[in-house]
Design a protein around this ligand. Structure first.
Ligand code: SF4
Length: 385
């Protein structure tokens, strides 16, 4: 079975977004051979043993088995399924059902995560199983995030196979992405551990809704992360995503402290997260908490899933948000999902010269040398080679 590089997992996007994606992927080339999909039961509520693994971070309580990975704190009785749809209690132990059975396997440009300051122009071997711990109304991958591994068509790809396939396809990194890697934690951790031994980088694309202890453990094998900061108000987080803001903010600090290259994405959703005062507060918080050098990607919303009645985010609003971020002291600000936008380029934060030029996910030139601007010699933050 083969896939074109850069294949998307978006199953329900409108024409405008399809056009944008077409332009972005016009530059991807080549075919990659991947393992065959395996037939898993489509209707059963169970899953074969090889895709089950005793879950990490579980505790026995008087009410059932508690998972301590994320703030949802699921407490489950025998046979009950978790809020993230891929954990279950069997014989009084919590198991993940998302191990070695990804439903999405693709080769992506690293820029697609988006990571703009991490190995630009490299390719990421990207995997995801079914499941997510949030329920975002605007989810672009809802068909795999809001379901369980027994209901998706999956590949047989145990951690060592994922590393082998990554090497064969000449990718620099493995990206745990698309749905929510926090919920396929054990698969991510084991694969990332093997990948690191093989000299492959590990990228975490996540909602960041995770407790500190599991996050610190995971960070020991991660190299880069792009975290969605979905809103800057507790009530919006709850209504839009079913989660809380504070744990995500705490997590951002942990990534930073653990030395993981971090970039942040803020999807600007009309009438939900487009309040410029709130955006200002968010940027002010980022600047005040040591994230001034962390790239911030404002991403354009396209009507999707349960918010398909909304219009796409106006481009001028995104540009205003970028201006506000700059005014608050953030150094690297990008506007994403808008083809031909000049904010896709990386500028030197000291002299303002363009040091890296992009078109879609393609790098037109990269003049950064030794992590420095060629014009003024000042540092440009990132992991460049
Ligand atoms: S990771 Fe899944 S099982 Fe664990 S607390 Fe979060 S939603 Fe519940």
């Amino acid at each position: 079975m083969f896939f074109k590089t850069g294949e998307m997992n978006i199953s329900n996007c409108d024409e405008a977004k399809r056009e944008f994606l077409k332009k972005c992927f016009a530059f991807s080339a080549g075919l990659v051979f991947l393992p065959s999909r395996v037939s898993l039961p489509g209707t059963s509520d169970d899953i074969p043993d090889i895709y089950k693994k005793v879950a990490l971070f579980q505790d026995e309580t008087a009410r059932g088995i508690m998972c301590r990975i994320c703030p949802n704190e699921c407490v489950l009785k025998e046979g009950e399924i978790s809020k993230c749809n891929n954990r279950k209690v069997y014989k009084s132990k919590l198991y993940t059902m998302a191990f070695g059975n990804p439903c999405a396997v693709n080769i992506d440009p690293v820029e697609k995560k988006p990571l703009y300051h991490f190995l630009p122009g490299s390719r990421a071997f990207s995997i995801a199983t079914a499941g997510c711990n949030l329920v975002c109304l605007n989810c672009q991958n809802w068909s795999i995030s809001q379901t369980s591994p027994d209901k998706t068509r999956n590949y047989e790809l145990q951690p060592e196979q994922a590393v082998d396939e990554c090497i064969k396809s000449k990718c620099s990194s493995i990206a745990y992405t698309y749905s929510e890697p926090i919920t396929f934690y054990e698969y991510t951790f084991e694969t990332a551990t093997l990948a690191r031994k093989a000299g492959i980088k590990n990228i975490f694309k996540s909602n960041g809704y995770i407790y500190e202890e599991p996050l610190r453990k995971l960070c020991t094998v991660l190299d880069a992360a792009n975290i969605d900061l979905k809103a800057f108000s507790e009530s919006t987080y709850l209504k839009l995503s079913g989660g809380k803001l504070q744990p995500v903010l705490n997590g951002l600090k942990v990534f930073k402290e653990m030395g993981i290259w971090l970039e942040i994405t803020n999807l600007v959703v009309p009438s939900w997260t487009d309040n410029l005062d709130e955006i200002k507060k968010m940027c002010g918080w980022l600047a005040a908490n040591g994230f001034a050098n962390t790239p911030l990607h404002f991403s354009r919303f396209y009507p999707l899933y349960k918010l398909d009645q909304l219009p796409p985010t106006p481009v001028d609003l995104l540009m205003k948000a970028a201006e506000i971020a700059s005014g608050e002291g953030l150094k690297y600000i990008y506007v994403g999902n808008v083809p031909g936008n000049e904010t896709a380029d990386t500028k030197c934060p000291s002299c303002g010269k363009i040091v890296l030029k992009r078109e879609g996910y393609r790098i037109l030139f990269n003049n950064i040398s030794d992590g420095k601007c060629p014009s003024c010699g000042k540092k440009v933050d990132g992991v460049w080679n």
